[in-house]
Design a protein. Structure first.
Length: 91
């Protein structure tokens, strides 16, 4: 899999980089990364791709020393199930 960071967006592609698997859109508010949408192509749903995208965002936020504010339903649900990330979550 290949990740590309675009303006306010992380995109996940298949191994050859030709087919988009999914993406997460976000915006930055000072030092908070706000997750707006998590989208996975129907061909790849149910295979853990949204989790891979969220984990990419978590790693990026940690590297940049950002907090995360989950807004979209998937990200809210993910962080409810993973209390180990409470230290970087803003409600």
């Amino acid at each position: 899999m290949e990740f590309k960071q675009e303006i306010n967006k992380f995109v996940l592609y298949n191994d050859d980089g030709k087919q988009q698997i999914g993406y997460i859109t976000f915006k930055l508010d000072k030092s908070t990364l706000i997750i707006l949408h998590t989208v996975v192509s129907p061909l790849f749903q149910g295979q853990g791709m949204a989790k891979i995208l969220i984990e990419k965002v978590i790693n990026y936020a940690k590297e940049q020393k950002f907090m995360i504010k989950p807004i979209c339903s998937y990200s809210v649900s993910y962080f409810e199930k993973h209390p180990e990330y409470l230290d970087i979550i803003v409600k």
